[in-house]
Write a new protein. Sequence first.
Length: 303
Amino acid sequence: MPPSQLPPLFSAAPIALVPAQTVAEFPGNTFLESIVASPDQTLFITDHYSGKVIRIDAAGVVNTHAIVAGKAAGLAFAADGSLLLTGWDDQNTPVVWRVSLEGTVDVLAALPDAVFLNGLTALSDSLYLIADSYRGAIWELDTAQGSARIWLEHPLLAQATPENPTPAVNGLKIFNQVLYASNTQNAQIVRIPIQAGQPGEPEVFVQNANIDDFAFDRAGNLYGTTHVFNSLVRIAPDGSITTLAQAEQGMVGTTAVAFGRSSTDLTHLYVTTNGGMSFPPPTGIESAKVVRLEVSAEGLPLL
């Protein structure tokens, strides 16, 4: 569990609140974990403990898209438009599922040597990188072969305190041929150059920033969920941090973020929360939410 009193990691960050609107709410103790947006404004979201993939259409209608027998974690789109889903099966074996656009589910790969598969991102049309939050490693998944290998294992990706269940390497995104990885437990963002598909030497990009998942815009600004710090922050390319949304905007227990991808949705950030399950606010655990934030026109997403 997080400490009884959180360190003041973001207390000095300037605050520039953006408009926020709740898109959907879910009962308390719902752990929304990951989110991706399709070009037709459909949102796909994982409900960690129930193993559900939730679908929210452009009109805001919520449906269960798929259910896996186990726990659901990270989501990404495959090249064919289907979904790749990380998690554990009902035997606690780390696996990656493929979820079709119709909601059918197939095991793509089992990774018995993994520990905690979490965020994932595309390295190429058929290769994906997956964070292993407790092993302190990044796996390379070959979707064509249904196989995986260790891409990088490094101390900067690992837990400083194994007894602390807070994930280490967590979210992954690539910007300008550099992989960025959040190490949530160590409150760092790590930068790893990619050279011919292989990792270069990792280095710390930002310190004292408790980031779970994140998304980049075209200018290289990183928009990160802070989970137990109940906010969404923007980290500029020079590492400076600005708070864009707080608990009052629905950010209690922020877990994941994605830009909208339709032509009318490009300046919207969609944020998922768990209502404070990991570190309840004084008023108690709230409903889990999907919240839409409006960022400025300069903050256009990568397409």
